[in-house]
Design a protein around this ligand. Structure first.
Ligand code: 6PG
Length: 502
């Protein structure tokens, strides 16, 4: 019984990815601490198996020791266990069970990239540790995720055919081909996976994907909040507006599911379902890691950070309830033209989204210097066109922008996006003005506008800031008329305030 690949962890994601591999002709050996999960995946495989296939495509194992001899060499073992300590526990157990130096262990969880870098070197000589981040949730994993691999280049040779087979496929024009017939996978199209670089590169790219995901979701939520509070529209109506927006340049999976969510009603009460859901957002950490990494490298990524803060603020439900009766902020707006406001919000969402993606790509630009990776940004945009949570039509435009100029300093400067911002920024300004006037919190819209205006400003008040630093801390400054790097200090307290070169 030679299996092509082993799975450790057969929860929702493990099960789905294992079935996906089986659909593509790979034989899988699966193990989970919970025998019910093993049984479940075997039962599902059997019930979904095409009638012309007689043999089971997935076999169950009771222990890791039992799994190893069933795998062809070098062994490839996928871990879909919770990120953190469990990954190291399984690695150690696999080594104890007889795994060898050339065998490949692929961590498909949402692991922190620093852990992947550490593990790659820590386990070298005992096993080849490889990272592959998976986006697309359960359905993605089952029928075509976006896969973000990073690790040892030799191991990639073994993984590439499998990863290309199971990943989502997109047509050349960027439109997604949806695979939804179990046992009958789509194989045509460009696969949404590519080798991203050594050690933690894949997990880093996925983390940034999630940072963008946070921003994208928050911006959509702010657009909804404005449509609801400014125009008094009901959720169903707003759902229909999102449906309309999804036909154009805002076309994306997140807008599509938002349109669907907003048109649902609660079975128990008959109220819009969204109104029955507590307004306190959860988070597992990947957005926060993106914000922290950006801050550590000095990359301005305010929209992503604001999205993380917005989730944090939302959890203060009791404090917000108390404050709502004490802190008064809303001022009555005069007459507004609903059609014009709807258009402004739509353009605001588009402009802010461009800024958020620009920030995500800037983070990766800085990270490749920091960690010695060499990203191909066009390829990254391409593998996000299908399968993943942020899949959207405009990723095709991002891919084109980076193909035309791989060294593009900032996405905002690509002609397509610079033109879009020129023509649609009025909407973002109007949305921010209306939000400010009416007291509707739209932190990510505000942040997007500030980023856009800051980035396009030849002169910023940082000269004053440098003077302040020099005043109280002798931190020195550079002069506009001196050589770059030359430092000056003014003796602010002395008579005539002499300036010296330091
Ligand atoms: C994906 C998602 C997935 C998960 C997020 C949710 O790409 O498939 O990003 O990884 O849904 O980690 O993160 P939060 O719980 O932090 O919202």
């Amino acid at each position: 019984q030679s299996c092509n690949i082993g799975f450790v962890g057969l929860g929702v994601m493990g099960k789905s990815l294992a079935l996906n591999l089986a659909d593509h002709g790979y034989k899988v050996a699966g193990f989970d601490l919970d025998p019910n999960k093993v049984k479940d995946v075997l039962d599902t495989e059997q019930s979904e198996r095409r009638s012309d296939i007689s043999e089971a495509r997935i076999i169950g194992c009771k222990t890791l020791k039992e799994m190893l001899p069933k795998l062809t060499t070098p062994r490839v073992i996928v871990l879909l266990v919770p990120a953190g300590e469990p990954v190291d526990i399984i690695c150690r157990q696999l080594i104890e069970s007889g795994l060898e130096a050339d065998d490949i262990v692929v961590d498909c969880g949402n692991s922190q990239w620093t852990d992947t870098i550490r593990r790659e070197s820590e386990y070298r000589g005992k096993l080849k540790f490889f990272g592959t981040a998976v986006s697309g949730g359960e359905v993605g994993a089952r029928f075509g995720p976006s896969l973000m691999p990073g690790g040892d280049a030799d191991s990639w040779k073994y993984l590439q055919p499998m990863w290309e087979a199971v990943s989502a496929k997109v047509a050349e024009d960027g439109s997604q081909i949806i695979k939804n017939i179990p046992g009958d996978p789509v194989t045509e199209g460009e696969p949404c996976t590519t080798y991203l670089g050594p050690n933690g590169a894949g997990h880093y790219v996925k983390m940034v994907h999630n940072g963008i995901e946070y921003a994208d979701m928050q911006l959509i939520c702010e657009a909804y909040h404005l449509l609801r509070s400014l125009l008094g529209y009901e959720p169903e109506e707003i759902g229909k507006i999102f449906e309309k927006w999804n036909q154009g340049e805002l076309n994306s999976y997140l807008v599509e599911i938002t349109a669907d969510i907003l048109q649902q009603y609660d079975h128990a009460t008959g109220a819009p379902l969204v109104d029955m859901i507590l307004d306190s957002a959860g988070q597992k950490g990947t957005g926060r890691w993106t914000s922290i990494s950006a801050t550590q490298m000095g990359v301005p990524a305010g929209i992503i950070s604001e999205s993380v803060y917005a989730r944090a603020l939302s959890t203060l439900t009791q404090e917000r309830e108390n404050a709502s009766s004490r802190l008064i902020g809303d001022i009555e707006l005069g007459d507004i033209d609903p059609t014009a406001v709807e258009e402004a919000i739509k353009n605001a969402l588009y402009c802010a989204k461009i800024c958020a993606y620009a920030q995500g790509f800037q983070i990766m630009r800085a990270a490749q210097e920091e960690y010695n990776w060499q990203f191909n940004f066009s390829d990254i945009a391409k593998i996000w066109r299908g399968g993943c949570i942020i899949r959207a039509s405009f990723l095709q435009k991002i891919a084109i922008a980076f193909t035309e100029n791989p060294n593009l300093e900032n996405l905002l400067l690509a002609d397509y996006f610079a033109d879009a911002l020129e023509h649609k920024q009025k909407g973002l300004r109007q949305a921010v003005i209306l939000a400010a006037q009416s007291g509707i919190p739209t932190p990510s819209f505000f942040s997007a506008l500030a980023y856009f205006d800051g980035y396009r400003s030849e002169i910023l008040p940082a000269n004053l800031l440098q003077a302040q630093r020099d005043y109280f801390g002798a931190h020195t400054y550079e002069r506009v008329d001196a050589e770059a790097g030359e430092k000056f200090h003014t003796f602010w307290q002395e008579e005539n305030r002499p300036e010296r070169k330091v």
